[in-house]
Ligand binder design. Structure first.
Ligand code: AMP
Length: 543
């Protein structure tokens, strides 16, 4: 017997309509290249999104067409998110930090028809334009006065288009399973792979993100996504924050600037900020140097790479800010697990508390997970056994765009192999030990590079640390620690290695330390172990 319930479509349009009606007065504040502090309301945002939708219709963009963006987090990018998806087209966000050839490959693979860009990306687009045959229009996100020199390109000005457009555009009814947005993974091998998000998945994950034991979003919070809108929908914030009516603060092109972030937080009374560890490291360094304490921030959500305990402690002890560790992937829209302490947290011994906090957290409702051994058999949730982490759920990609059925990462039962290696404790707290390809195998035993990196960065003379496996005559592979010293520090290798004593088994301690000037990062701000492995390919350890 079927239940007797109505069947409302879970579309982004439904989020927009709710947010406009109930929270229309709420503010969106942005830093842009033109203005240090632009502010307006949800209502104004959505009116302009409707204008954009009518512009796109006029350009012949219809359901399923791809409209790409190369843009920072600001109010105009929000308008594009909603204007494109709610008109039935697909908002394809592109990471401007990708190599130019990768970027061209992605636009061509997605067959983007329109590209919407921040003015600063014009030189990049001008260079690539001859290689982008599917592209019909380039729209520049600025006013007529701020339009850059066209560089021989045909360009449309966003504000001019909007000024002449219809604010009463009627949103079409959409199928909740229709595609809403597209984001390519920046895989280190082979071509990038497209993850095609549906309206339904975006609504479900936004709902899940808002829950109290997840991001705990509400109309009383002021949310600063430093995670870029060009990477996995800024962890759902453009939808989840508006679903509940939170004030939104956007850093524009200044997301790597500690001072701008600190000022935005204090002046706009930000309560929750989200970003990758490298961004927070820049902010914390700035705050230390400036001798400042954050005034209103209560929580940070950190993911994308492992967040070291030392960073969590710095946030807590210096600024009274609690850090929530989260784990996700482009293929998971992105949220998989979220770390909120259990009810008995305060009564646990210090060591158990630290282990728990450093973990990537429990799966949010909607995500199933398991770890499996080399034979594919499920491993116990005992906090010790580690294996390949697999997930499934309604916001996990079922295959890649234009590669349907070809993915080696999906098995017959619908599980997706994340490429991460993890342990899970009896309460479901999952700890990532490594990417599968970064695991160090020493004499048949696995060593977690993440665990070693977390210990290294807790040393005050260490700014950044990475551990890679290098060839060893006896043990096959041994860990090599690469360190960027903290400003003004000149630590010795012995001093840093001494920090590992008593924290891990002796045989796990790195064999050597090399000092480097900069840590190579990927386009999404993670340590590029591939680059480090290439750089230290000839490195020889003593036998
Ligand atoms: P991406 O699809 O580019 O967002 O990358 C996803 C990958 O980032 C995951 O498979 C993990 O390897 C890594 N990752 C994400 N969050 C965390 C985290 N909190 N700790 C460790 N690794 C993480």
């Amino acid at each position: 017997m079927q239940g007797l319930m109505m069947d409302g479509a879970l579309t982004i349009t439904s989020v927009l309509e709710h947010a406009e009606r109930i929270h229309g007065h709420q503010e969106i504040v942005s830093v842009t290249a033109e203005s240090p502090r632009h502010r307006y309301t949800y209502r104004e945002c959505f009116a302009r999104a409707r204008r954009l939708a009518s512009v796109l219709a006029g350009l012949g963009i219809g359901p399923g067409d791809r409209v790409a963006t190369l843009a920072w987090n600001d109010y105009r990018h929000m308008e594009v998110y909603y204007g494109v998806a709610c008109s039935g087209a697909i908002c394809h966000t592109i990471n401007p930090r990708l190599f130019a050839e990768q970027l061209a490959w992605i636009v061509n693979h997605a067959e983007d028809r329109v590209l919407v860009i921040d003015p600063m990306f014009l030189p990049l687009v001008a260079k690539l334009r001859p290689q982008l045959p599917t592209l019909e229009q380039v729209i520049v996100l600025c006013s007529e006065a701020a339009m850059p020199a066209a560089d021989g390109l045909e360009l449309l000005c966003y504000e001019t288009l909007l000024a002449g457009a219809d604010e009463d555009f009627a949103w079409p009814a959409l199928d909740e399973r229709a595609a809403a947005s597209l984001c390519y993974t920046s895989g280190t091998t082979g071509h990038p792979k497209g993850v095609l998000y549906s309206h339904r998945a975006m609504v479900l994950i936004s709902w899940a993100c808002g829950l109290p034991d997840a991001m705990n979003l509400s109309a009383r919070e002021v949310v600063l996504p430093v995670v870029p809108m060009f990477h996995v929908n800024a962890w759902s914030i453009p939808y989840s924050a508006l679903m509940v009516g939170a004030k939104l603060v956007m850093p524009g092109p200044k997301m790597g600037d500690g001072e701008t972030l600190a000022n935005l937080m204090d002046e706009e009374a930000v309560t929750v900020a989200l970003g990758v560890p490298t961004v927070w490291q820049g902010l914390l360094e700035f705050l230390e140097q400036a001798g400042r304490r954050l005034k209103t921030l209560k929580r940070t959500v950190v993911g994308g790479s492992a967040c070291p305990l030392s960073m969590m402690e710095q946030f807590e002890q210096r600024h009274g800010v609690w850090t929530h560790h989260a784990w996700g992937m482009t293929e998971l829209s992105p949220l998989g697990t979220y770390n909120t302490p259990p009810p008995d947290y305060d009564s646990l011994p210090r060591e158990a508390r630290d282990r728990l906090r450093a973990s990537q957290g429990q799966p949010v409702y909607g995500v199933e997970m398991k770890i499996v051994g080399p034979d594919g058999q499920a491993l116990p949730w005992d906090g010790k056994a580690f294996g390949a982490l697999k997930v499934r759920g309604p916001w996990v990609a079922s295959s890649y765009y234009r590669m349907e059925g070809e993915s080696a990462a999906h098995d017959a039962e619908g599980w997706f192999d994340t490429g991460d290696v993890a342990t899970i404790d009896p309460r479901g707290y999952m700890t990532i030990t490594d990417r599968t390809k970064d695991v160090i195998k020493s004499g048949g035993e696995w060593i977690s590079s993440i665990e070693l990196e977390n210990i290294a960065v807790s040393h005050p003379a260490v700014s950044r640390a990475a551990v890679i496996g290098v060839a060893h005559p006896k043990w096959d592979e041994r860990p090599l620690l690469l360190v960027v010293p903290a400003a003004g520090a000149q630590p010795s290798a012995e001093e840093i290695l001494a920090a590992f004593e008593g924290k891990v088994a002796r045989w796990m301690i790195p064999d050597a330390v090399e000092f480097i000037e900069d840590m190579p990062l990927t386009a999404t701000g993670k340590i590029s172990k591939l680059t480090l492995r290439e750089r230290f390919a000839e490195y020889r350890l003593e036998g």
